[in-house]
Design a protein around this ligand. Sequence first.
Ligand code: 4AD
Ligand code: MG
Length: 431
Amino acid sequence: MEWVYIEDIGKYVGKEVEIRGWVYNKRSSGRIRFLLVRDGTGIIQSTAYSKEKDNPIFRAFDELTLESSVIVRGMVKEENRAPGGYELELSEIIPVQIAEDYPITPKEHGVGFLMAHRHLWLRSSKQVAIMKIRHEIIRAIRDFLDIEKKFTLIDAPILTPAACEGTTTLFETDYFGDKAYLSQSGQLYMEAAAMAHGKVYCFGPTFRAEKSKTRRHLMEFWMVEPEIAYYKLDDVIALAEEMIEFIVMRVLERRRKELERLERDINSLEKVKRPFVKISYDEAIELLKKEGFNMEWGDEIGGDEETVLSKKFEKPVIVHRFPALQKAFYMEPDPERPELSLSFDMLAPEGYGEIIGGSERISDYDLLLKRIRENKLPEDAFKWYLDLRKYGSVPHSGFGLGIERTVAWITGVKHVRETIPFPRLLYKIYP
Ligand code: 4AD
Ligand code: MG
């Protein structure tokens, strides 16, 4: 008998098949037994009917508990009343392993309990939907950069000798007697690679030892970082817009079932069409003042401010030209107003806030050296980075997109902890 996956079941109507999975739920009604089986690709209702109380299928059915592993065999039927539209008429139930007292039950559990059981929580249907969408988003990003835009993937190192995004959030480790740090961003390495390949990106885990306990912060998160030689700020903003529209449209096209399972408001995702909203930092401050924030020019736009800005518009908002002092050492100053950096953040709508940070990079050797010194960064560790400004330096730009924040927004889940399989949170590294 052929082993098939539930997502393909429609091709087997009228045929006998085998499904290998786990018990999602079960119930009896008189002489009928209903067994809901999930296999990671879907859930199918399988049914057995018998006039006799004692028969092998009923006996196996009685033995099964929630999340027991099971192989079922039977005939595929179309059935409008069944979830998914198909049903299996059981001919055999083969229990594989009986789960005893599965800890996650249909009743409500606290998030602490669920996080402590993350290894099992991953099986719950909402969690499955979130991970399927995460996968779709990652695939969309790769298709966009690889196929649509012909970028070259360049992997950045994880162990690094110096900071990229500020020295306060570094995870330190011993490197044969020297200090090394877990990478905060692959960007600096992408700048080297862009001078070799023109348009490149890296996609990997990045680390921030941030003592932040917000719904937007993880200690370990995944970032995709395109970097393009000869791109100016406006070029890279346009690329970010195109990429976000591509991702959202792809998820709408291929993961509607999962979005519906999560009760995501599809309508607001359908509005994610270019052009997005663009406001300068100056304008953002004025807007926030009108919204009642007690702010002045030079203040940071923090999480609460981002929430308000991103609720004001139906589309993603691009805030550009932040004060140079707020931003990283490598950002190119605005030639018209050197107190500003040629930087941008993209805020996702509906209160989700920053999902992308990017900028044009300093291409002048002397200015970069000055910034490295002003920031008291170790010059030795940045010698190679300065070299890029000595040998064929060009204007160049790039950005970093945080995967988990993007998944949170697109799936509509509140907290990034549900958007990564095994989140690393403040003081929490189990399981
Ligand atoms: O704005 P960030 O810090 O930018 C950089 O690291 C640049 N070097 C990227 C570049 O230009 N190549 O981080 C980029 C994005 C943020 O917009 C956010 O989506 C995500 O990474 N991010 C985090 N996500 C989860 N938890 C954290 N602690 C995050 N910190 C940043
Ligand atoms: Mg940022």
